[in-house]
Ligand binder design. Structure first.
Ligand SMILES: CC(=O)SCCNC(=O)CCNC(=O)[C@H](O)C(C)(C)COP(=O)(O)OP(=O)(O)OC[C@H]1O[C@@H](n2cnc3c(N)ncnc32)[C@H](O)[C@@H]1OP(=O)(O)O
Ligand SMILES: O=C([O-])CC(=O)C(=O)O
Length: 404
């Protein structure tokens, strides 16, 4: 006979309680060779190069080449890259017609998302997922999105489209297509700096979205269309537009403190502040702030410089939360002459380079992205009247964890 009280307990076969990481905060899901965001050293490296050294010293075309190919281009490679970008800027008729047919009330991010989708729908070779074919698609999108963004700002102001100029580089041409002229060097420089800083930021929400879509072996345009949708939200890229709305709501530098106290009292998020990864400030902000200062020195009729400083100081004193890149780019794009709804499309026009680099990396070494969830709905129950016919499916449950 066995004395039950002395029998050692059978080893537990119950699965461990699943740990939930809401928002995937702190979860490492894969590796990447494209960029590294290190909150400890407060650095952002594109393929090993500090972004602060790239911004102001390298053109957006060179940075795109670096992100796609892993190395900065030599002179011949850069020349080929420039020619490729300049020769791809014109929109196919079907894209132009679709953009012009959209309501003037459509948000410019919806216009960008629709344009990418239409470009994809007209890609007869979409089943060719070779690295070369996806690189050609990425080059097309990099060259065509500025034309879409500029066209959309102009049509909303009742202006005709301005044709791209093949004698101008990416940044100058983007500004020329939007405003009909090339602005002063300080403006071109600030704009190009912003494009370089926005180009890539590891597994942020929109890039992760693109990778999720790519991981199903869907096509590159579907991945980028989805990424545009993710970027639109005000907790991500939409914050640069929201920053300008905040400045408008505040109105003048002397109202900042009162506005901020009221906003924080009602637990309102102050747009352009905070970051999921950085804890001691966004590594890109000092570089963009220096570019913004150059614009403020040209003209600051609305007192934006003083409002910027007062809100930054007020947030630091009250919450310790520091600005992210969307804080300086908002007023910078306003001073350049872009209308506020165009700010996030400018981010998209730059980030398309990062998104497409990640799509190519995901496809080259793919694993379907499919996390688990903990089911918290009703316990199992029978459909009224269906009990008699119910047949048990074989092997239904994932030990304690049900797919969401
Ligand atoms: C280029 C980019 O996409 S950068 C991000 C752009 N987005 C913004 O600027 C939107 C405003 N910022 C935010 O909403 C957040 O800081 C995020 C979403 C960017 C990151 O936030 P998370 O890491 O998820 O932190 P979370 O939102 O949980 O905030 C933690 C705490 O700080 C507070 N907090 C964070 N950001 C802010 C902010 N901008 N204003 C006020 N309070 C804030 C939260 O209210 C929360 O407080 P609690 O603990 O008392 O509830
Ligand atoms: O990394 C993030 O979460 C958001 C961000 O700063 C970016 O995409 O540039």
């Amino acid at each position: 006979m066995t004395d039950e009280s002395t029998t050692p307990p059978a080893p537990s076969t119950a699965p461990p309680e699943p740990q939930i990481h809401r928002g995937l905060a702190g979860v490492t899901v894969d590796s990447t060779e494209i960029s590294s965001v290190d909150p400890a050293s407060n650095s952002l490296l594109y393929r090993g190069y500090p972004v602060q050294e790239l911004a102001g010293h390298r053109s957006f075309e060179e940075v795109a080449y670096l992100l796609w190919h892993g190395e900065l281009p030599d002179a011949a490679e850069l020349e080929r890259m420039r020619l490729a970008e300049r020769s791809r800027r014109s929109l196919p008729d079907e894209v132009m017609e679709t953009v012009l047919a959209l309501p003037l009330t459509a948000h410019p991010m919806d216009v960008v998302r629709t344009a990418v989708s239409v470009i994809g729908a007209h890609d007869a070779t979409w089943e060719d997922r070779s690295p070369e074919a996806d690189l050609a698609r990425a080059q097309d999108l990099m060259a065509q999105l500025p034309t879409v963004v500029a066209l959309d700002q102009r049509r909303r102001h009742g202006l005709d489209a301005v044709d791209p100029r093949p004698d101008l580089g990416y940044a100058e041409n983007f500004l020329h297509m939007t405003f009909g002229h090339v602005p002063p060097a300080a403006v071109v420089n600030a704009f190009e700096v912003s494009m370089v800083l926005y180009a890539e930021h590891s597994f942020n929400a929109s890039t992760f979205t693109a990778r999720v879509v790519a991981s199903t072996l869907s096509d590159l345009h579907s991945a980028v269309t989805a990424a545009v949708g993710a970027l639109k939200g005000s907790l991500h890229g939409g914050a640069n537009e929201a920053v300008m709305a905040t400045f408008r709501e505040i109105g003048s530098p002397d109202r900042v403190e009162e506005w901020l106290d009221a906003a924080l009292a009602r637990k309102q998020k102050v747009m352009g502040f905070g970051h999921r990864v950085y804890r001691s400030g966004d590594s890109r902000v000092p570089t963009m702030k220096a570019a913004l200062d150059e614009l403020l020195a040209l003209d600051d009729p609305e007192g934006l410089g003083a409002m910027y400083a007062a809100l930054e100081r007020g947030m630091a004193e009250r919450t310790g939360i520091l600005p992210n890149l969307d804080y300086p780019t908002g007023p910078a794009y306003h001073l350049m002459g872009f209308d506020t709804p165009t700010f996030t499309p400018l981010f998209a026009a730059s980030r398309v380079v990062g998104w497409t680099a990640h799509v190519r990396e995901q496809v080259a070494s793919n694993a379907l992205i499919r996390p688990l969830s903990v089911y918290t709905g009703p316990d199992r129950r029978s459909v009224p009247g269906a009990g008699a016919q119910r047949r048990e499916p074989a092997g239904a449950a994932e030990a304690g964890v049900a797919p969401g």
